[in-house]
Design a binder for this molecule. Structure first.
Ligand code: ADP
Length: 183
């Protein structure tokens, strides 16, 4: 299994860790939100709880966010500076626009990061919880899209995928190793 440090560019800027994204101390964390942006379960609930009530107050001013797009807010009581809220697709059959939407979530989040001078950000396994995306398929899109973006962009120093459990972390690592091998 490869480690980010030993990986060729751009993989040397992509880290995979098992943990709780609310503890990330870099510039921004990405939230797997729902289209209301008013909070929910899973990682969204954890982020809102840790950020405090000012986060939902700012989110209320945004008027929601469609699937595949992203919005940015302050991070309030979280250790990071910003939260980038993106809305992943609900998985149906893999042929109903889900791959394109999941790709767009990552691309739009990374674009918003660059626009806001964010150099380090954490991303969870978007759509891999309640939204039911098969893990390996989601990991291929999340990692492939992020690597493609970083190949074209030197303004981001580090993207950390913060995976909540052993299985998700192991799947992302296996997919990352495959993608590193195939270039
Ligand atoms: P979605 O609705 O996009 O599927 P979920 O929040 O249900 O979003 O799940 C997305 C992923 O986030 C899942 O892998 C879930 O285990 C994970 N997750 C839940 N809480 C946290 C957390 N505090 N930090 C990082 N990941 C988390």
């Amino acid at each position: 299994m490869t480690d980010a440090v030993g990986c060729p560019p751009p993989w040397d800027r992509i880290e995979l860790i098992e943990g709780d994204i609310t503890q990330f101390g870099g510039d921004a964390i990405v939230n797997a939100a729902n289209s209301s942006l008013l909070g929910g379960g899973g990682v969204d609930g954890a982020i809102h709880r840790a950020a405090g009530p000012r986060l939902v107050a700012e989110c209320r001013t945004l008027g929601g966010c469609p699937c595949g797009e992203a919005r940015i807010t302050a991070a309030y009581d979280l250790p990071s500076k910003y939260v980038i809220h993106t809305v992943g697709p609900v998985y149906r059959d893999g042929h109903s626009g889900e791959p394109e939407s999941l790709d767009a979530c990552h691309t739009r989040s990374l674009e918003l990061a660059v626009e806001n001078d964010i150099r380090t950000l954490a991303i969870p396994a978007i759509s891999c919880g309640v939204y039911g995306y098969p893990l390996a398929e989601a990991a291929r899109i999340a990692l492939g899209t992020t690597a493609d973006f970083l190949r074209r962009c030197n303004e981001i120093d580090r993207v950390v995928f913060v995976l909540f459990d052993v299985r998700t972390h192991a799947t992302f690592e296996a997919v990352r190793d495959e993608l590193v091998q195939t270039g």
